[in-house]
Structure formats: structure tokens, C-alpha cells
Design a protein around this ligand. Structure first.
Ligand code: FES
Length: 108
């Protein structure tokens, strides 16, 4: 068994003016919301869920992005309601939220 059941990484990178990046698309707010909600729901901790900041994940064209391990499921999102759906369906039920899945073709 892995130390965390699921481990989320949010890109919080900011690029120079004009370049696509996660920070300019609400990544910090989404990260803060996710951290708070995972904690409030009692999902955080060893054997459960860990939510971490990350630098650029090199998939900036899909910004903002996050990835959930161990499934290595990549998501893009718009707002807190998308994060809530990932928490409710993926983290709680193990069900991938297909509508938010980042296509494999999206890179930098
Ligand atoms: S800035 Fe977020 S993936 Fe590159």
C-alpha cells in the first residue's frame, strides 16, 4: 500500500506576461479550495489524500492543470465546482471525471 491513497499535484507556476500558465487561470484559488475541502471532509492524511503544490508540469496549454496519482489522471478545471466534482467523484468514489480529463495531446 502506498503512503497516500491518492496524491494530487496542482501546478501553481506563473509564466512571463502573455504566456499560458496555471496561475493566471485561478490555480492558487483552486488549490486553496481543494486543500480546505479535503481537510474539512476528513480525507487528508496518511493512507488517504495529500494535496501538494507543484511547479510547471509542462502541460501549460491546458492550464490550469492538476494530476492525481496513483492513477496518473490529468485534469483541467475552471472553478471550485469542478474541484468539488473531482473530490466527490474521484477522491471519494474512485471514479474518473471524464468531462474534466486533460486530453493526452495537450502539452506545453
Ligand atoms: S504553467 Fe502549469 S503546466 Fe506549465
Amino acid at each position: 500500500m502506498s503512503y497516500y491513497q491518492r496524491h494530487l499535484f496542482f501546478c501553481l507556476n506563473e509564466r512571463a506576461e502573455g504566456e499560458a500558465c496555471c496561475t493566471r487561470h485561478g490555480a492558487q484559488e483552486a488549490f486553496d479550495h481543494c486543500k480546505a475541502r479535503v481537510k474539512a471532509e476528513g480525507l487528508a492524511g496518511v493512507g488517504a489524500v495529500r494535496v501538494n503544490k507543484a511547479g510547471c508540469l509542462d502541460r501549460c496549454a491546458g492550464a490550469p492543470v492538476l494530476v492525481v496519482y496513483p492513477e496518473a489522471t490529468w485534469y483541467t478545471y475552471v472553478d471550485a465546482s469542478d474541484i468539488d466534482e473531482i473530490i466527490d467523484r474521484h477522491l471519494k468514489q474512485g471514479e474518473v471525471v471524464e468531462r474534466l480529463r486533460l486530453p493526452d495531446s495537450v502539452g506545453r
